[in-house]
Design a protein around this ligand. Sequence first.
Ligand code: F6P
Length: 399
Amino acid sequence: MSQRHRIGILTGGGDCPGLNAVIRGVVKTSLHLGYEVVGFLRGFEGLADPAEYIPLNAQNTTGILVQGGTILGSTNKGRFNATRGEDERTQLAPDLVEAVRRTFKKLELDGVICVGGDGSLTIAQRLFEAGLPIVGVPKTIDNDLSCTDFSFGFFSAVACATDALDRLHSTAASHDRTMVLEVMGRHAGWIALYAGIAGGADVILIPEIDWTLENVCAKILHRREMGKKFTIIVVAEGAKLPGGKLIKQEEGGALRQSRLGGIGNYLADSLQSHMNIEARCVVLGHLQRGGGPTTFDRALATQYGTHAVRLIEEGRFGEMVCYDAPEIKSVKISEAIKSLGRVNPNSSIVIAAKAMGLSFGDIPGYSNPFKDSKITELPASSKYNPALHQLPSFDDEEM
Ligand code: F6P
């Protein structure tokens, strides 16, 4: 057995429920295997000039499973940015990479686990390309990483947005109003889609489906004709205006990505001026990132933490853990960051939403939701079946 040294972990990008559950999963697994663990502070910033880190152990990670945020701190801007705009990747400064290399050497790191979204994993890939032993864990409330069914944190954000919709329903109904809820998600509509369905919204507007104001108005009118005087709309912050314009709070630059937001208020104002209705907007914002993780995210984050240590143990650097339900697997980070994981407009969840009468603002009325897609059969081998997997069934096991 090779001599064991030390594993490092950092949490990069925006915070997200479940980060502490991953840290705990990594620390518990590593300690069992005989590694020491260090946690770098404030994301990649803690890796170099100066290296800032703390030892992680059973004492300082106890009780963190349920806590929101990250005990290591994080940042989504700074010297390590390697992403610009929707799809543009950049390189890291060579002297920064060399400084990180010195930290790895000094701390005798066997590997560093980078927990992050698309931007942080792009940085992780750059460090891996420079020869450093890096593995990744997919984190983002936006769920916009490809090659994994879900990133942890996503369902916690959806739970928050769904709760907001439940609350908006009663006030909207009491005042015969149209309520617009703007949710996060950057250039993907996952949060809007899942929360919209779970919260019984009437209209969902997402970046992946082109919409028009006329079609949204048609839906509101149709509801009025049916005697329903209120309407609930969920709009993703990255849903572009008809014509393609993206509303931003702040343009991005070399050190950070653009800040999206503003579409919700724009939509509510437009609806008020086009129709004789009262419309209000709620921007849910960082409430979606705050608070503890849901049960699903606690379980997923824990598994991700364990599997990330396994990747280091087995020398599988440059890989990211991923969820291929119900198993945790891994994929090359380079594959995972190739393109954003966006909503497929013909996927079963969009079809179910349409079947519920939900409008995506793409057509004025209702059309057969099944018409543009085919049923996909699950290959028998992908279901758990003891006979197929040549494993003993539980009944055969010795007690
Ligand atoms: O990527 C997570 C996310 O919360 C996005 O949904 C949102 O656009 C962005 O981060 C907000 O970033 P900040 O915390 O810098 O405002």
